[in-house]
Ligand binder design. Sequence first.
Ligand SMILES: [Zn+2]
Ligand SMILES: [Zn+2]
Length: 216
Amino acid sequence: MGAGPLTEECVAAGLAAPELRSAAPVRFFRSRLLEGLTRAHPACPYVLFAPVIGWALWAAAMAIGPRWGALGALFAGGWLSWTLLEYWMHRAIFHLSGETDARKVARFVLHTHHHRTPMDRERLAATPFQGGSLALLLAAIDGLVIGGGWQAALAGQIFGYLVYEAAHYAAHHSARPWFGARLRRHHLRHHARSGGNFGISIALWDVVFGTRLRGP
Ligand SMILES: [Zn+2]
Ligand SMILES: [Zn+2]
């Protein structure tokens, strides 16, 4: 994206390089209807998915009974698996390698637009179509792999997804991010430089896979 390095002082002061303040929307389609489907209000994921977490925990308790230890372990395992999925999707899919036209377009529509206009609030969160498709895919995999009580793992994954959305929003739009300045710096370094800091709600997998960016 051609942004210069972001100084620690700049981030600490809640400021950012001019490229990181751009909120001018990028237009994907001429059609207003199609264009509208590519945008989502930042509150959208919480409104859509918080009730799903409640339903999933209830369904898991109905399936395996009030075994709180097992339900908690499934929830925690689901949350941890989400953080790995978040890292992998950002690294391998959103920053898809290759310079063919098809890959460039896919990369732009999925993610590069966010690097161009990171302050566009309506292109931060996943759209209902994207979030819903991913949730259905995860539900199918959990049901096949885990068996009884799989809904608790799904609840953990969706909870992790909502934490990710909140951390990303806070990194860009909160002068005093409730997720902490360190996590914010971690993500803003990803914007200012390239090739690392793919985790957003947690830096763990960048440490594990050696993609953590340090310094200014
Ligand atoms: Zn990125
Ligand atoms: Zn971002």
